[in-house]
Design a protein around this ligand. Structure first.
Ligand SMILES: *Cc1c(COP(=O)(O)O)cnc(C)c1O
Length: 387
């Protein structure tokens, strides 16, 4: 795992914690608890138990033989996070954090959600672990994601509409932190991506690192060597940092993150503080976070995790952008060639692989992290392609 992290959750100049003192106290307590649990054999045995029995891990590293043949270059392997319970990688982190919550004596879990995917994963785990669950969601997002709101309610969660500000993800995050400060004694804030003030990016990476722990073992079994590159989409950066984690100290493995061209924090952002931590952020002329537009709701965020900001600045990882047209094309190509419908978010990573693989030789290997399945996106793609 990465050795770049220094004190207080800094990755080079990025990360840290820029929050009011009353919230800092709660975060310091969370940091101490995490330090205690992360190497606790009993905790880890329980985490592994639920990953296996509830999430369905380990998931396969599938050789995409038809796609490889069609492109005529590097061998493409797909890490199948789409096969997890709830259909994406988010559950890995949710299980880890809810086990922390349980041990810390919390009776209540709160979370933020934008498009609703993290809210659904959190509500799922709360049902399973019998926790009271409150999900903060912007009023505007609730209107656009009615079905996910119903899913969360079905799972027993209370969805709180946040009308403040623009009624979007940022406003939901603010409300969740306000709730945490008031109720920290019995409430756990289960944050959904590798973003936010320390220790959240470190916690989320820790629980998502299972992706590359498995893929490394699997590729060594199948090919007897490491891949030439690992490719993942980056919204907040959790599936990508999990897919990269065990390769960061392997200089022969290229790490490639892929963003929407209209939410390209890593490609076009500048260092700034956003939502309590420092990262690369897309700013407008007045220094405010820019509105982003991605067809993949899970990638619609003007910032990016602090470790990715550092990996970009230090040159260890590369980041590229993909257009909406390329995403739609990749969504269809993977469906037709491999019989796997990828999430629109994951289709960004697939789209970059479609470009890169033909430029490489047949003895080279790519791992594409398939962060989620595309069932949730079929209706949206239908209306884009058929209307
Ligand atoms: C939420 C989501 C993402 C984006 O989140 P990251 O934290 O960047 O991983 C990507 N893919 C899928 C399927 C998602 O649900």
């Amino acid at each position: 795992m990465s050795r770049v992290e220094i004190q207080d959750g800094y990755f080079g100049q990025f990360g840290g914690s820029f929050v009011p003192p009353e919230l800092q106290e709660v975060l310091d307590y969370l940091t101490a608890q995490f330090e205690q649990y992360k190497d606790d054999p009993e905790f880890n045995a329980e985490y592994r138990y639920y990953l296996k029995e509830y999430v369905g891990r380990e998931n396969p590293l599938t050789f995409a033989q038809n796609l490889t043949k069609k492109l005529g270059g590097a061998k493409i392997y797909l890490k199948r996070e789409d096969l997890n319970h709830t259909g994406a990688h988010k559950i890995n982190n949710v299980i880890g954090q809810i086990l922390m919550a349980k041990r810390m004596g919390a009776k209540r879990v709160i979370a933020e959600t934008g498009a609703g995917q993290h809210g659904v994963a959190t509500a799922t785990a709360c049902a399973m672990f019998d926790m009271d669950c409150t999900i903060y969601m912007g009023a505007e997002d609730i209107r656009r994601q009615a079905l996910n709101v119903f899913r969360m309610e079905l799972l027993g969660a209370k969805v709180v509409s946040v009308a403040k500000g623009q009624g979007r993800l940022k406003d939901a995050v603010d409300e969740a932190f306000a709730d945490l400060v008031e109720n920290y004694k019995h409430t756990f804030y289960l944050l959904g991506s590798a973003v936010g003030p320390h220790p959240f990016p470190t916690i989320v990476k820790h629980f998502q690192a299972i992706i590359s722990e498995e893929s490394k073992r699997q590729i060594l079994e199948k090919e007897g060597r490491l891949p030439d590159a690992v490719i993942a989409c980056a919204g907040g950066g959790s599936n990508a940092i999990g897919a990269f984690a065990h390769y960061i100290d392997e200089p022969g493995v290229r790490l490639i993150g892929v963003e929407p061209d209209q939410a390209a924090a890593l490609t076009k952002g500048v260092p700034a503080v956003l939502h309590g931590f420092k990262c690369l952020v897309l700013l407008d002329e007045n220094g405010n976070p820019q509105p982003t537009f991605s067809i993949a709701a899970g990638l619609d965020y003007p910032g990016i995790g602090p470790e990715h900001s550092y990996l970009k600045e230090s040159g260890r990882a590369e980041y590229y952008t993909i257009t909406n047209e390329e995403v739609l094309e990749a969504f269809q190509v993977l469906s037709k060639t491999e019989g796997i419908i990828p999430a629109l978010e994951s289709s960004h990573a697939v789209a970059y692989a479609l470009k890169l693989a033909p430029t490489l030789t047949s003895d080279q290997i790519l791992i594409v992290n398939l962060s989620g399945r595309g069932d949730k996106d079929v209706e949206q793609v239908y209306s884009m392609l058929k209307k």
